[in-house]
Design a protein around this ligand. Sequence first.
Ligand code: GSH
Length: 205
Amino acid sequence: MPSYKLTYFDFDGGRGEPIRIAFHAAGIDFEDDRISFPEFQEMRESARFNAVPVLQIDGIAVTQSNAISRFAGKMAGLYPEDNLQALYCDEVMGAAEDLTNHIVRTFGLEGDELKNAREELAKGWLTVFLKGFDELLTRGGGEYFVDNQLSVADLKTFVQWRWLRSGALDHIPADLVERVAPGLVEHLERIEKDPIVTAYYVGRP
Ligand SMILES: N[C@@H](CCC(=O)N[C@@H](CS)C(=O)NCC(=O)O)C(=O)O
């Protein structure tokens, strides 16, 4: 079996979290290399595209969280074999990346600039995306995004709903998701309770 080392920030979220859960679900032993923000600054220049997550397979680095999630998801049975369902899964994951990037654009702003940008974001892009995801959930059967079963698309997005509802993003109302797309809150609760997901968190401190 190859050796796997996943380098990502030391928190239970973001682009690294679905990969960690999928590896765990696949029963694959991997080195969970959790780094602090100062540690990231030290390695940033040497990381391809200056970003994490980075997965090393037998020492060979691979980047791009969605590609890595699909890779781990295939081994865990959490990525569809059917081409159309795989397309649906990819659409959700691509949209989740776009959503993250809209939020990331407000990082580093302060004071009124941050407040205005975040309020604009909540009314604008976040609302557009939450409505879009709600539509995609309906297409998937209402409970999961793809084919009525858990996939890496659910793992990628439930982490985002958790983030948006956490209150950690200043000026983004913590109840935005339930106001715009209550079905996504139900989705979050469903995925949090999924045995694959709970089994992963049992092992987390
Ligand atoms: N498209 C890349 C984006 C990676 C990315 O932007 N990662 C963030 C952390 S979630 C990062 O490393 N940011 C550091 C920086 O931009 O300096 C992926 O999906 O992996």
